[in-house]
Design a protein around this ligand. Structure first.
Ligand code: NAG
Ligand code: NAG
Ligand code: NAG
Ligand code: NAG
Ligand code: NAG
Ligand code: NAG
Ligand code: NAG
Ligand code: NAG
Ligand code: NAG
Ligand code: NAG
Ligand code: NAG
Ligand code: NAG
Length: 828
């Protein structure tokens, strides 16, 4: 398990800092005495960034009249702008070399992180802002070199350029004698680390992870000249030669040397580094490590040795008498032998996932104070020993093993101090054990638990996450359950029956209700309208008989509604009920008995709210935790291709109306949904032409209109759908030629079959006979440069429950990947 050590922020809070900071700024930053002249510059600066895709950003508040300038701090005496907090301000394009930004000569603080500058090189003009003390460009799309003018910023103490595409040698920053925090990670810097970087007079924190650095610093002299306390060198190309120079940095407290492919034996004791508290050696082979001296790292509290090719519990660990955190995951610890007799009373977190462990390690004596234990993805069999629950454990993951039962009574866990428990993907059977009242997060999915859902889950303190999906639970959903959860309730794939409880939310508590693939009957309880925090409703694959739930429209946050494969009936449009649901992003009403036609303006109101809402939601940190906690994996179902959305379903925009009895025309207003990624109208009775407005759905990746009664020709406009990866128009009454020389010809013949009067490639039937002459080749349209929106990125990001439970790396992973994906989704 990767542990990301982040200096100024605590590990898990980076994420929150990033997203929440905007709000603090919004509310805290006000303006005492702005100079009129400064206001003019601010307004002119705003004009440089029209940002048409964002409904409101920090900049929206900048108007001549309101006199409130979010994100701006004015000097309370002189009235000049001294701070600009513009993180995630939806700035796009470039900062030009004559930008008004460079007129703020008194600027001390500038945060431009998380904006959408594209292919934008760092303007030389930044050198003019010589009063800057804080400069943040994290994840903002910078490319090329850092200009030499940066040397002018001699007051800088904080400088973050991480997660850009900066390249070439090192920026000339040695004049920045006050710099204490420098982050150049996740860029393309190459070559040697200049030793003068390590000896900069004020530098305490240096992050160089994930660059192309190959050579260790040369001539690094007496250690005394370096003040460095934290250095992160992981994921570069140094090999073992880095160890010797690093060992001269005797003030180090944090050291990351992960994934350097070190080929030399590592002297793991790093004897000179007496102050080291944090050490990450993951991803280096330690099979030949040197552990000769004892008690060499007296202050070490965190040690990460995952992916280190370790075959035995390293004995030197028992000498680390300050150790609190130990990650040994992804090694081969089959013969885990901890019987050294010595105890490590300080150790409170132990990660042993993916280690081929076959029996529970006897840790109760040597780790008497253990709180977090991760034994996921091992080969544990049989029963969970009762002694485990005598440890003061609060977080335990046993997922992905072959465990069948709990030793002792069903009450064995009741007296434990568990807060989070993950039992998923084992072979547990029988009733769910009674959980202690401290429990907050329960995952027991993918086992064979049976019986009714225990009433003991209805605890007054409220669970934040309950996942009992893919078991064999029977009986009704207890009335009290929904009200006892303040977040996610996932009961998918069981044999639950009866109606959904009438009182499903108490004080709007649930954010996710997933009860799909059970035997639920009756109507949707109207009390769902009281679940004001609900974002995700999934009742697919039950036997619910009801009309379209227009009344869910009252839920302000609802994003995903999945009603597929039930017995819903009637019309989905109604003069009395206004659509849309204000935040809806995915609506699946397929395989029901809906009928009637869709009025021509059906999609009009939907079109306006969609994108703004996504952006808004993205900016708001609120409830974000829930989204990430809900690690469902709806597979290919919504794409027509094999992929998993993971948590990112929350940003998918799609409609599935297939398998109903809709008739009439496909509304022309469909073309207004320009962010639509997925559309399925197949297996209905739609008639008329394919609306040419569909050509505006430029983000569409999957389109299925097969098995209807559509007639006429295929509109030429559809050739503009460059992202289309799945297309099905088969079994309609389409006629004429498939537009030739376009993306539309790259699909399989099956996409078009069953239309007797359709011709042209890829169908075998040529159009020659009819036309007499070859129709002119359509203009070759070149696809834009972005890759597919919903492809591998979304598919590879799946935050498992373990990651969530132990809060590791999430902030980082999210900062890196989520933004990328999100930006791509919006087509920036
Ligand atoms: C201006 O702010 C500084 C610190 O931010 C404070 O010490 C000073 O008293 C303030 N001056 C006025 C006039 O409010
Ligand atoms: C500013 O950029 C423009 C082109 O973008 C260039 O023509 C001009 O010379 C630049 N000015 C300075 C002072 O660098
Ligand atoms: C980025 O800009 C440079 C020149 O400024 C250009 O050569 C390059 O093609 C651009 N790259 C992309 C991906 O737009
Ligand atoms: C450096 O800053 C000074 C003001 O402190 C300014 O006059 C000068 O133009 C700046 N130099 C560069 C290269 O930006
Ligand atoms: C940077 O430092 C060098 C000497 O190390 C000095 O010659 C130069 O003037 C400094 N540059 C700036 C812009 O202060
Ligand atoms: C280190 O010391 C050597 C000789 O003692 C000297 O030549 C070299 O310049 C020094 N390097 C640094 C970075 O101070
Ligand atoms: C191991 O460390 C000891 C003392 O630190 C040293 O004498 C020995 O040469 C090292 N062995 C290897 C293989 O590096
Ligand atoms: C839990 O604690 C209570 C009171 O301390 C005790 O009576 C009970 O036997 C304990 N249960 C188990 C399973 O240890
Ligand atoms: C689940 O448990 C039931 C009853 O205990 C048993 O009949 C069934 O075979 C089990 N299923 C699996 C997949 O183990
Ligand atoms: C919502 O809750 C209120 C108060 O608890 C209740 O009076 C009302 O009937 C509920 N609404 C629905 C639709 O159940
Ligand atoms: C669904 O419910 C209807 C009554 O509403 C019942 O007749 C039917 O058998 C149920 N189907 C299943 C599969 O449970
Ligand atoms: C829709 O189906 C219902 C029966 O479920 C029927 O009464 C109604 O007439 C149908 N409406 C249309 C427009 O076909």
């Amino acid at each position: 398990m990767m542990k990301v050590h982040l200096p100024f922020f605590s590990i898990t809070s980076l994420f929150w800092c990033v997203f929440i900071s905007i709000f603090l700024v919004n509310t805290l930053v006000s303006l005492p005495f702005p100079l009129p002249h400064q206001i003019e510059i601010l307004l002119a600066f705003k004009k440089e960034f029209p940002s048409p895709t964002c409904s409101h950003t920090v900049l929206s508040s900048w108007t001549r009249n309101t006199h409130s300038f979010d994100g701006v701090v004015f000097d309370n005496e002189t009235g000049v702008v001294t701070e600009l907090h513009l993180s995630e301000a939806c700035l796009e394009g470039t900062i030009k070399n004559n930008s008004n930004l460079f007129k703020f000569h008194h600027l001390r603080y500038l945060d431009l992180s998380y904006n959408h500058f594209e292919n934008y090189s760092f303007p030389f003009e930044f050198g003019i802002l010589s009063n800057l003390e804080f400069l943040n460009f994290r994840y903002s799309g910078l490319v090329g070199e850092v200009p030499s003018s940066i040397r002018n910023l001699s007051r800088l103490t904080f400088f973050d350029l991480s997660q850009n595409e900066l390249t070439c040698g090192f920026p000339l920053i040695y004049n920045l004698t006050k710099l204490s925090y420098l982050d150049l990670s996740y860029n393309n810097f190459i070559g040697t680390i200049p030793s003068s970087l390590l000896t900069m007079p004020s530098l305490l924190n240096l992050d160089l992870r994930q660059n192309g650095l190959r050579d260790p610093p040369e001539n690094l002299n007496s250690s005394s000249s370096s003040r460095l306390e934290r250095i992160y060198l992981g994921r570069n190309l140094f090999s073992g030669r880095i160890l010797e120079p690093i060992s001269k940095l005797v003030k180090l407290t944090s050291l990351d040397l992960s994934f350097l492919n070190m080929i030399y034996p590592i002297n793991i004791v790093f004897s000179p580094l007496k102050s080291l508290e944090y050490l990450d050696l993951s991803g280096n082979s330690l099979s030949r490590h040197n552990t000769s001296s004892d008690h060499a790292l007296p202050k070490l509290t965190e040690l990460t040795l995952s992916n280190c090719n370790i075959f035995e519990f390293p004995k030197f660990i028992m000498t680390l008498q300050s150790l609190e955190y130990l990650d040994l995951s992804w090694n081969n610890l089959l013969r885990l032998n901890t019987s050294s007799g010595q105890a490590l009373p300080t150790l409170i977190r132990l990660y042993l996932s993916n280690c081929y462990i076959v029996e529970f390690p006897k840790i109760s004596k040597i780790l008497p104070n253990l709180q977090h234990l991760d034994l996921s993805n091992n080969r544990l069999k049989g029963k969970v020993p009762a002694w485990l629950w005598n440890l003061p454990l609060t977080r335990v993951s046993l997922s992905h093993n072959s465990l069948v039962d709990f030793e002792g009574s069903p009450e064995a866990l009741v007296n434990s101090s568990l807060e989070m428990l993950d039992l998923s993907t084992n072979a547990f059977g029988g009733p769910l054990p009674t959980l202690p009242p401290t429990i907050d997060y329960v995952v027991a999915s993918n086992n064979n638990f049976t019986g009714e859902l225990p009433l003991s889950l209805c605890i007054p303190r409220k669970l934040s996450f309950l996942d009992l999906s893919q078991n064999s639970f029977t009986g009704p959903i207890p009335q009290c359950l929904g009200g006892s959860i303040n977040g996610v309730m996932n009961l998918r794939h069981n044999n639950l029956n009866g109606k959904l409880p009438d009182v499903i939310c108490r004080s709007g508590s649930l954010t996710t209700i997933a009860v799909s693939f059970n035997l639920i009957t009756g109507k949707l309880p109207r009390s769902l309208a009281n679940c004001t925090r609900l974002k995700f409703l999934d009742v697919r694959g039950n036997n619910i008989t009801d009309t379209f739930p227009f009344w869910l429209n009252a839920l302000p946050l609802l994003q995903v509604v999945l009603l597929s494969s039930n017995r819903f009936y009637g019309s989905v449009s109604s003069p009395q009920h206004t659509l849309p649901f204000s935040k809806l992003q995915l609506l699946d009403i397929s395989h029901n008995n809906f009928n009637g036609s869709l009025p021509s303006n059906y999609f009009v109101s939907w079109s306006t709210s969609l994108v703004n809402n996504i952006l808004e939601d993205y900016r708001q940190g609120e409830n974000r935790r829930d989204q990430f906690r809900f690690h469902h994996s709806l597979s290919s179902r919504y794409e027509g291709r094999d992929m998993r959305f993971g948590n990112f379903l929350m940003y998918l925009i799609g409609f599935d109306f297939s398998g109903n009895r809709f008739e009439g025309q496909i509304p022309e207003s469909i073309g207004l949904l320009k962010w639509l990624i997925f559309l399925n109208l197949s297996n209905n009775g739609f008639t008329g032409h394919i609306p040419s407005s569909m050509g505006n759905l430029s983000n569409l990746e999957s389109l299925d209109i097969s098995r209807n009664q559509l007639s006429g020709t295929i509109p030429q406009e559809l050739a503009k759908l460059f992202f289309l990866g799945y297309l099905n128009m088969s079994y309609n009454k389409l006629t004429g030629q498939i537009p030739q020389g376009t993306h539309l010809n790259t699909f399989d013949r099956l996409s078009y079959e069953g239309n007797t009067n359709l011709c042209g490639s890829p169908l075998n039937k040529s159009c020659q006979e009819k036309n007499g002459a070859t129709s002119p080749q359509t203009q070759q349209l070149k696809p834009p440069k972005q890759g597919h929106v919903l492809n591998s990125k979304a598919a590879t990001i799946g935050y498992g429950p373990t990651l969530m439970m132990f809060g590791l790396g999430i902030g980082h992973a999210v900062a890196l990947d989520r933004t990328t994906w999100f930006i791509k989704l919006l087509g920036f």
